[in-house]
Design a protein around this ligand. Structure first.
Ligand code: EPZ
Length: 421
């Protein structure tokens, strides 16, 4: 099993190109099922979750080819609506094929994605919404078997905003008779990006980017040529890494507006965030930081996907920070690993109390999920001595060549074959 060996204390300097967003790439690939055509997606990150989604599409009968950062998806002649459990099990976002399969075939068989290390991740909001649109789900041996003779437009009110729930219903609604209104819809930029792809395919959608989205269904969609947005979570991760090391980096090709909540908190912590006329973002800063309290929330609130990374940064603050995780019920697993590096973090329910310390010390730490892994890498970059981050397959799910990109910025980081299977 591979691991990352990091010798801390090197400051990060230079320019970094932000890759396409994993969480925009996955729904965009699923949306290809809606058309009996060829769709070309650009700016697609080369990460494990995107590969898994491409494999899932191929198992459903599509042909998928990558040419650099473009992925061509030919869904002509697809006939399969059963998503194999062994593929769905690997990636929760496989649930995104449910809406498009129902839209195309009137049927879908998708294994329940199951929980993961950050929470039990139910899909009740997806299922309830699809049921309102005429779908009849039956749980058979851990798989949702859904039949839907007629998809009918409905007024869907989500009890709470759900990113993939909104995306699933958005895709199904393009094939429903009449109008579907999604209320309390997720407003993440990745949801808006999907809607823009659907419009390029011929869908009629209003309210993109707001919490109320109207879809006029029943139009035959066609293939499209679409470039997905850049990854705001990757950009935020590198910004925090730069500040943690006392560095000074320039983030290219990212829309700064997608990260206003992070910029506000980093500025409060004492980090300089400057947007240039070119659109590049300059980030410079160094510990010790001012302590900052954050509460994760749906977009445009502070993103839960940057909570772990920000916690690493607050380990080097002068004082105590309180981090409240309101989106997932079990997303503090990185805290115990940071404590192994000398951090002083106490968890009480949804709150993490982070007492700042003068420095972190290198250690062997184990990644538990994608963003926790990033948090440990960031801590290792700032720590004294050497840090070994184990189980880095989590990282490769969502960060494109993270070790290479960090090395280009001056980090002493190496990917090595570790012990164990
Ligand atoms: C998406 O997950 C992202 N994944 C996650 O990113 C991100 O953390 C999350 O949104 C929140 O922003 C993708 O887009 C592929 P939710 P999703 O449905 O859609 C509860 C990463 O690191 N809920 O918005 O699964 C749920 O348990 C990943 O890139 C229900 O109760 O998240 C959670 O507490 C991790 N019932 C909350 O809502 C449902 O039917 C928000 O979940 C659905 C969700």
């Amino acid at each position: 099993m591979q691991e990352l060996k990091i010798r801390g204390g090197r400051l990060l300097k230079g320019r970094i190109h932000v890759s396409g967003a994993k969480n925009a790439a996955l729904p965009a690939l699923a949306a290809c099922i809606l058309v009996d055509d060829i769709t070309v997606l650009h700016n697609m990150p080369d990460v494990r979750d995107v590969t898994s989604m491409c494999q899932l599409l191929e198992s459903l009968g599509a042909s998928v080819n990558r040419y650099g950062d473009a992925i061509h998806v030919d869904t002509r002649g697809m006939t399969q609506w059963h998503a194999p459990h062994d593929l769905v099990r690997k990636m929760r976002a496989s649930v995104l094929v449910m809406g498009p399969l129902i839209a195309r075939f009137g049927r879908a068989e998708v294994a329940l994605p199951g929980g993961c290390t950050i929470g039990n991740r139910p899909i009740d909001l997806h299922i309830n919404a699809l049921r309102q649109m005429g779908a009849e789900p039956t749980l058979i041996k851990g798989e949702e078997h859904i039949i839907c003779e007629r998809l009918i437009g409905a007024r869907i009110h989500f009890d709470r905003p759900t990113v993939t729930g909104t995306e699933n219903v958005l895709m199904a609604a393009t094939a429903a008779e009449g109008e579907t209104v999604l209320e309390n819809a997720a407003r993440e930029p990745e949801v808006a990006d999907l809607a823009h792809l659907l419009v390029a395919m011929g869908a009629q959608i209003e309210g993109i980017g707001t919490d109320t989205i109207r879809v006029s269904g029943g139009r035959t969609l066609h293939g499209a040529d679409h470039s997905i947005i850049s990854d705001r979570i990757e950009a935020g991760t590198y910004a925090i890494a730069a500040a943690m090391t006392g560095g000074d980096i320039v983030l290219e090709s990212i829309d700064s507006l997608m990260l206003t909540s992070l910029w506000a908190k980093m500025t409060h912590a004492g980090v300089s965030i400057r947007e240039k006329a070119s659109g590049d973002i300059c980030v410079s800063g160094c510990p010790p930081f001012a302590p900052v309290h954050i509460t994760t929330a749906e977009y445009p609130g502070f993103p839960t996907d940057l909570q772990a990374q920000f916690m690493a940064m607050m380990c080097l603050a002068k004082g105590e920070s309180v981090i409240t995780e309101n989106i997932f019920e079990d997303r503090f697993k990185h805290a115990s690993e940071l404590n192994r590096m000398g951090a002083d973090i106490v968890i009480r329910g949804r709150n993490a109390f982070v007492k700042g310390i003068p420095y972190l010390s290198g250690a062997a730490v184990t990644a538990s999920d994608l963003r926790a892994s990033a948090s440990l890498v960031i801590a290792g970059l700032a720590a004294r001595d050497e840090t070994r981050v184990l189980r880095i397959y989590h990282l490769d799910r969502g960060y494109e060549r993270i070790d290479e990109k960090l090395a280009c910025l001056g980090a002493d980081i190496k990917r090595v074959a570790g012990e164990g299977p």
